[in-house]
Design a protein around this ligand. Structure first.
Ligand SMILES: [Zn+2]
Length: 440
């Protein structure tokens, strides 16, 4: 279809692009046989890029598990490239729980509604809208911008980002820095002051299975070697112990920024009261002050009067950057004797510094669009595809800029019911990304 001068500007088409993308159901169940939409979404993105003359490649790790990569050539091709990545998959959503159908992409009350609206088809749509406008109007970024729209983030990225990094690293040739999700959003302190949380670190992931063994036997006898009892003691110790506070560099700066913004002092050992001012995001932020381990699954026995020989539990462990060995020591002492521990999923923590030209341009772009903006670094308690791209030596940032209404409970929208994003926030994000990507 020929483009005309009346083609919509990025800000004017971003909401529609997001709606269209939400309508492509890319639910990631963790099982390839039932994860259908990624290929269609990747083809849809390819079509949107092709309309404006941007070539892209679709790559499949397994049948249907499609990711798309494109390179927008920069003015100075000798400079290192910047990766902008976003995942196309989403977590499941049950329509019965929602006010609108989660895959309707409906625009209502100034919001685009649907699964993926904040995690993270919003960023996908903002980037797509922007590069489409650039292509139509002949804008070249200062250096190469590599775009990656990937599969499988919600199941750990093994069939998306991790696969691309392992199998197709040449696609990211020259990329030294990357931006993506969970960062760049605002928390309103007061009318003229908003903190923008830029993610510079992610905790590491250590999901483990604990297995206790004991002597099987009859449930009616005296029995002093019960696997269930032993397991439960270990699980209770893990679940009820709060590990010590560790202030990593990003969180030290984050705490200082919160103290300054609110004129308060925060005791890092019990930050809950102070953090309550930040709203629901405090649950995520609070978890970045220490290693954590939460028991999540239990399995033992098959009959009321049979003591089983083994019992097992699953624990979701997360450790801060530089804390992996300490975390293992902490766990060993909590698990205790007679219980084996094995990793089910283990992945590194990542951390970079909040400085340098890239960060300066993030700050400048946010301030240019919001004169009450105060950008601050923070550590994310969860994991993203940054863990994969960091393996190629990139500095990774969570920077998907959104200026949010003061009363929006943003944190609860991630994987939540009635996930939605304000259209004004999307337009703001496009403007910030435009400034940022033209300047770096
Ligand atoms: Zn996400």
């Amino acid at each position: 279809m020929p483009e005309t001068t009346s083609a919509p500007r990025a800000q004017d088409e971003v909401a529609e692009l997001l709606s269209d993308l939400i309508r492509i159901d890319t639910t990631n169940t963790g099982d390839t046989a039932t994860s259908a939409g990624e290929r269609r979404a990747a083809e849809w993105v390819a079509g949107k890029l092709d309309e404006v003359g941007i070539d892209s490649q679709i790559l499949e790790s397994e049948r249907g598990r499609a990711s798309l990569v494109a390179r927008v050539p920069g003015a100075d091709r000798s400079r290192p490239a910047l990766l902008v990545h976003g995942h196309l998959d989403v977590v499941p959503a049950d329509p019965a729980e929602w006010s609108v159908h989660p895959f309707s992409g409906e625009e209502r009350d100034g919001y685009v509604w649907g699964r993926g609206a904040v995690d993270m088809k919003d960023m996908d749509a903002m980037v797509l809208a922007l590069v489409r406008e650039w292509a139509r109007t002949g804008v070249r970024p200062p250096r190469d911008v590599v775009l990656a729209f990937v599969a499988d983030e919600e199941a750990g990225g093994k069939l998306g980002a991790r696969w691309l990094v392992d199998e197709q690293p040449d696609l990211f040739e020259g990329c030294t820095e990357a931006i993506s999700e969970v960062g760049g959003f605002s928390i309103t302190v007061r009318d003229d002051l908003r903190l923008y949380l830029v993610q510079t670190a992610e905790k590491g992931l250590a999901w483990m299975r604990l297995t206790a063994t004991g002597r099987p036997g009859h449930g009616s006898f005296v029995h002093d070697d019960n696997a269930v009892t032993r397991l439960c003691q270990a699980v209770a110790r893990i679940g009820s112990t709060r590990l010590p506070t560790v202030l990593t560099p990003p969180m030290r700066r984050f705490l200082a920024a919160v103290e300054e913004a609110y004129g308060i002092e925060i005791d890092p050992d019990s930050p809950e009261e102070a953090f309550a001012r930040l709203g629901s995001i405090s649950r995520m932020i609070g978890a970045a002050l220490r290693n954590t381990a939460n028991p999540t699954m239990l399995e033992a026995g098959y009959k009321a009067n049979v003591i089983p020989g083994t019992a097992s539990a699953t624990v979701d462990g997360r450790f801060l950057h530089g804390q992996q060995e300490e975390f293992e020591r902490q766990l060993a002492s909590l698990v205790g004797e007679g219980v084996q521990r094995e990793w089910i999923v283990h992945d590194q923590a990542v951390e970079t510094t909040f400085d340098g030209p890239l960060v300066e341009q993030m700050v400048a772009a946010l301030k240019a669009e919001d004169d009450g903006a105060r950008p601050v670094p923070f550590t994310m308690s969860g994991g993203t595809d940054a863990k994969s791209f960091e393996r190629l030596g990139m500095r990774c940032f969570g920077f998907s800029p959104l200026r949010l209404p003061a009363d929006l409970d943003f944190a609860s929208l991630f994987h939540g019911i009635d996930e939605r994003v304000p259209v004004e926030s999307l337009r703001f994000g496009v403007r910030v990304l435009d400034r940022f990507l033209r300047a770096v």
